[in-house]
Write a new protein. Structure first.
Length: 414
């Protein structure tokens, strides 16, 4: 079996995902995807006719994000028409899955040069804003699945998990504050500069060249003053059947007195963004003068309880480490997407992780979470940080709708 080498990675800045407020909100998602695809081709001087596939992650495939965004973005980027493209949806895990699929096709010997990435425009002007934590619960016709696997809104899942695990408001706020502090340091030191590419409007003027979402002025007192975001929603009816979001959780966890601890300050930010990675087989890379930055060591997917939805990262970490033949002590850096603070806090507690190795440059609480693009962003950030610190192994994982988590282990080669 061949290895899959990561040649390069790039991403756009994350723009605030609100019309009228975000710098990227008026950009078409194809143009956003084309920005990173074009940058990869130009930076590495690749012949795009030789790209076997463009594998793209996009969760909300409606409005301008419908119709195989990966293929359309590649065409918009000027890729040769012989370079194919496909778009997938594993909810929040789409960006990692795109990279894992790309690596798998190379490792199987069926491809030599693949681009993987994702785009998510949370502020898409031509479609309704995506529902927070969209899941099959919002399909009122899907009563049959609801009987066996009730699925609620993700924020309520986060609060239910915090209640079950005994993780209090102080703990999730402390993690959120640390995310902002670490992101502020990373930005001040230019740690993201290697991968960041600016976004331009169609008229050639600059749209965005820096992170737009972080709030470095965040304080513990400010976080403590925020009201829980999901308490009022909990008792809202999901549809005409009368079942509530809380009721869906209670179907599986009767008697659970949910304590509401999550709010805008300790949950992931709503943003727009895109990211891409260039992967190649060793033979192709050597014959075309492409220098590898990292290799894919192992990949895994893990399912867990759909009702709680956010708990799969812990078993996914265990699974991918077993496939890699490594232990936690071998892993130098870990990225666990901060969809909600409890996701990372639970993983740290369950696995006894060293907090100094987890999300060292801050996470989605500070930087934002452009759903289908985030996983690819995190892998690129991991490669950059392994190089900056001279470390060897990095692990990336994240929770995804439906109770899933993809994971990947990479090894620095540069």
């Amino acid at each position: 079996m061949s290895e899959a080498w990561i040649i390069d990675a790039c991403r756009t800045p994350r723009g605030v995902g609100k019309l009228g407020k975000g710098a990227l909100a008026e950009i078409h998602p194809q143009q956003l995807g084309a920005t990173v695809l074009r940058a990869l081709a130009e930076r590495n001087k690749i012949d795009t006719a030789q790209v076997d596939d463009v594998i793209w992650g996009t969760s909300s495939q409606t409005g301008p994000q419908r119709g195989d965004l990966g293929r359309m973005s590649a065409l918009d980027a000027g890729y040769d028409v012989r370079s194919s493209g496909v778009t997938l949806d594993r909810f929040c895990g789409s960006g990692i899955t795109a990279v894992n699929f790309a690596a798998s096709t190379i490792m199987s010997g069926m491809a030599d040069l693949v681009v993987a990435g994702g785009t998510e425009m949370m502020s898409g002007k031509d479609r309704p804003p995506p529902l927070p934590g969209s899941s099959p619960v919002f399909d009122s016709g899907n009563m049959r699945l609801r009987k066996s696997h009730p699925q609620t809104q993700q924020g309520i899942c986060a609060d239910a998990i915090a209640t079950i695990e005994g993780i209090d408001r102080a703990a999730v706020d402390a993690l959120a504050l640390e995310s902002q502090k670490r992101a502020a340091v990373a930005l001040a030191e230019g740690r993201f500069a290697k991968s960041l590419v600016p976004v331009y409007r169609e008229d050639g003027t600059l749209a965005l060249d820096h992170e737009e979402y972080p709030r470095p002025q965040t304080t513990a007192e400010g976080l403590a003053a925020l009201k829980p975001a999901f308490q009022a929603m909990a008792d809202m009816p999901v549809d005409a059947s009368g079942v509530t979001f809380r009721g869906l959780v209670l179907q599986k966890y009767p008697g659970l007195d949910i304590q509401f601890v999550h709010h805008a300050g300790n949950s992931s930010g709503v943003v727009d963004g895109s990211a891409a990675l260039l992967l190649a087989s060793p033979d192709y890379a050597k014959s075309h003068g492409l220098k590898p930055r990292a290799r894919v060591v192992a990949m895994a997917n893990q399912g867990d309880c759909p009702t709680l939805m956010l708990n799969a990262p812990v078993p996914a970490i265990r699974k991918v480490l077993a496939k890699a033949g490594l232990g936690l002590e071998d892993i130098d850096l870990i990225e666990i997407n901060e969809a909600f603070a409890v996701v990372v806090e639970k993983a740290i507690r369950d696995l006894g992780l060293d907090r100094e190795k987890v999300n060292v440059n801050g996470g989605a609480i500070a930087l934002g979470h452009p759903i289908g693009a985030t996983g690819s962003m995190l892998i690129g950030t991991m490669v950059d940080e392994l190089e900056r610190r001279g470390k060897r192994y990095g692990l990336v994982t994240m929770c995804a709708g439906g109770g899933m988590a993809p994971a990947i282990v990479v090894e620095r080669m540069n």
